[in-house]
Design a protein around this ligand. Structure first.
Ligand SMILES: Nc1nc2c(ncn2[C@@H]2O[C@H](COP(=O)(O)OP(=O)(O)OP(=O)(O)O)[C@@H](O)[C@H]2O)c(=O)[nH]1
Ligand SMILES: [Mg+2]
Length: 306
């Protein structure tokens, strides 16, 4: 297969939507693997995550973005900037995901304004249709959204956990990609290092295991990632929390909570990377890290000046 012919199509398809719309779930269904963190809590995704998907004459780079929201602190500013960059600069196609079971259109207003200004095609993707009892409501919703966004050229309904509608969407997106050589070497499925996924999946398990503000106050940093043969694969991760009072919550009574976290995260990482790692976790207080530019840069949320 050659990637240089005029028959080859390649480009960026950006998944955008409010927190919890089902973007990461859809990305995983499109990619056929659990590469983006999914939890039932909003604001799980904090950075753009790529899934590179290939066919005979195409390479589509699907971009999972953080849920769009009005930023209240610096971390959220970096999350909103990820959405801006992906939607307004990188996209060859914008996929607008709206939770059909819980649409809340007023909350979409700012995102709609942004998407109304893009120059590339926009497809509406209605998610969670399995939770909608009245199918007529989906048609009404579709018409309502099109009133705000007349630039929507196609509409899809998906139920990603059951893989319903995913293949149709994938082939429509592949066909919509511009004629271009592949952006990434063929066979490459992501642009991130393994240590990024290790941190992301520990954070995913924190979102699943802890309540209230804890997941939002937590950052995971990989301090050591070594690979050897057999049982010598090793990851040491630091869990940053914002306040001293959050440390005992992460650790739990007699260390029970952090032991559970370690077990679940170790399993998730092994499943994803295909190897066992011995995982060591340490909790550190990094006061107000979500508003600290230096720490946000260190954690990879702000790009260093080049
Ligand atoms: N029933 C049902 N649940 C879904 C569907 N798609 C996603 N979910 C669930 O919705 C929740 C949020 O899904 P995510 O994929 O993490 O949503 P997201 O848009 O990536 O959220 P953020 O990263 O917070 O912006 C998870 O509990 C998913 O299992 C669907 O089609 N049907
Ligand atoms: Mg997500």
């Amino acid at each position: 297969m050659t990637t240089q012919t005029e028959n080859f199509h390649s480009g960026f398809a950006v998944l955008s939507g409010l927190p919890n719309a089902g973007k990461s779930t859809l990305l995983n269904a499109l990619a056929g693997g659990l590469l983006s963190a999914v939890t039932d809590k909003p604001q799980t995704t904090r950075q753009n995550i790529l899934a590179i998907i290939e066919g005979d004459n195409f390479q589509v780079i699907f971009v999972d973005t953080p849920g769009f929201l009005r930023p209240r602190y610096k971390l959220q500013q970096t999350m909103a900037a990820c959405v801006d960059r992906a939607v307004s600069e990188d996209a060859d196609l914008v996929l607008l995901l709206v939770d059909a079971a819980n649409p809340d259109l007023p909350a979409h207003q700012v995102l709609f304004e942004k998407i109304s200004k893009v120059f590339c095609p926009v497809y509406l993707v209605l998610t969670k249709t399995d939770l909608v009892k009245d199918s007529a409501a989906v048609t009404v919703l579709e018409e309502e959204i099109k009133k705000s966004l007349p630039n929507i050229s196609k509409v899809f309904t998906v139920c990603a956990p059951k893989s319903e509608g995913v293949e149709q969407l994938k082939s429509a997106v592949a066909q919509a990609m511009p004629v271009s050589p592949a952006y990434f070497p063929l066979g490459q499925w992501t642009d991130r290092w393994e240590r990024f996924y290790a941190a992301e999946f520990i954070r995913e398990q924190i979102f699943k295991l802890y309540k209230k503000e804890i997941p939002y106050s937590t950052q995971v940093e990989i301090e050591k990632f070594t690979e050897d043969l057999g049982d010598k694969n090793f990851i040491r991760a630091v869990i940053h929390v914002e306040r001293e009072s959050q440390k005992p919550i992460i650790i739990g009574k007699g260390g029970a909570a952090i032991a559970e976290l370690r077990k679940k995260a170790q399993k998730r990482i092994a499943e994803f990377l295909g190897r066992q790692y011995r995982l060591e976790l340490q909790v550190v207080v990094s006061p107000d890290w979500r508003n600290d530019s230096k720490l946000l840069e260190k954690f990879g949320y702000i790009e260093r000046d080049k």
